[in-house]
Design a protein around this ligand. Sequence first.
Ligand code: PHE
Length: 348
Amino acid sequence: MEYKIGNEKKLKDHMENLLKAFSSDMEKVGNIAELENVRIIYLGKKSFVSTILRSMGSLPRTMKPVVGKNVNLFRIEIEKNINLKEKELKSIEYEQKLKKEVIDLSLPGRCNTAGSKNILTQVVEEIEDIFIGMGFEVAEGPEVETDYYNFEALNTPEDHPARSLHDTFFVGGGMLLRTQTSPVQIRYMEKNRPPIAIISPGRTYRKDYDVSHTPMFTQIEGLVVDREINFGNLKWTLEVFLREIFGNDRKVRFRPHFFPFTEPSAEVDVSCNICNGAGCRVCKGSGWLEILGAGMVDPNLYSFVGYDPGEYSGFAFGVGIERICMLKYGIDDLRIFFENDLRFLKQF
Ligand code: PHE
C-alpha cells in the first residue's frame, strides 16, 4: 500500500486500512517464523512506519506533530499485537515440546532377570558351612592330575585292581582327569603338618553314564589327621554332618568296604527318600543310597608325605554332592543336574 503524504484524514484512513490488512495477516500466522515475516512487513526498514518516520524532515511544519503522534500510536499498536502473538506461539511450542518429550513413568521397565547359584553350588556351600562350623578349613586341588596324586600316593599302584573301578579319562602326557578329590589329601599333607582338618570340594570325572552316574560329578573330600584320632571321631563327625544336612528322620548306616587308602573303610548309606526305603530305580531296589566313602587313613600314606605313622592317625571321607542333592530334593535322575534346563534350575 503506497502512501503519499496528504492531510491528517488521509493519513488516518491509510493507517486504518493497514491495520485491517495487518489483522488479517496475523490471523494466518501459525508459527514464529511466519510472525517474523509479518513483523518485517509492518515494522521493517521498508515498512510504512519506517519510511514515513525517515521522511519526517521533509514534511510541512504543521504536519510533523500530526504524523509523529499518529504513526507512533500505530507502531505501538502493531508491536503490542506482535508481542502478544509471540508469547502465545512460544507457549504453544513449549507445550508441544513437553508432550513429545514426556516420560511415561507408569510404563513397566525392562526386566533384568537375575541368575542364581546352581543347586550344586548351594549345597556345596551349605556343606562347607557345616564343616567350617566344626573347625575345618577349605582346601583346593587341580582337576587335571598326575597319576601319582590320583593313584600312586593313594596306595593304588599301577597293577592295583581298584584302578579298574575308576574308568579314568587320560588326557595324555601322563595326566588324567582326577577320578576323586582324594589327591587333595596328599597335596595338602605334603605342604602342611598335623593337626589337619580340611574339606575339599570339586569336580571329578569317570567314564560312566546312567540315572545315578555322570562323567563329571562333584565330591567333597574330608581329611582329619592328628594324634589319637580314631574311628569314633569319624563316625561322630559324619553323623553330625548327615543330621545337619538331612534332618534327624533319615536313616544312616555304615557298611564295611574297601578303599586302597583307608583301613578300615566304610561306605555310608542314607535311606532312599524317593521310595522311602521300599526300593526304586534310583536305589536299585535296595532302599538305600550310598552317599559317601570313608575310613581311617591307611598308615602307608604317611610314608608318601613324611609323617610318622606311630605319632599320627587320621580319618578321611569323600561325599558325592549330586547324591546329596538328589536325596535332599527328591530328584530321581542325576543327569538332570548337567542338562541346564532352566525349568529345573529355576526351582532352587
Ligand atoms: N575317593 C573315594 C571315592 O571316590 C571316596 C573316599 C574318600 C573314600 C576318602 C575314603 C576316604 O570313591
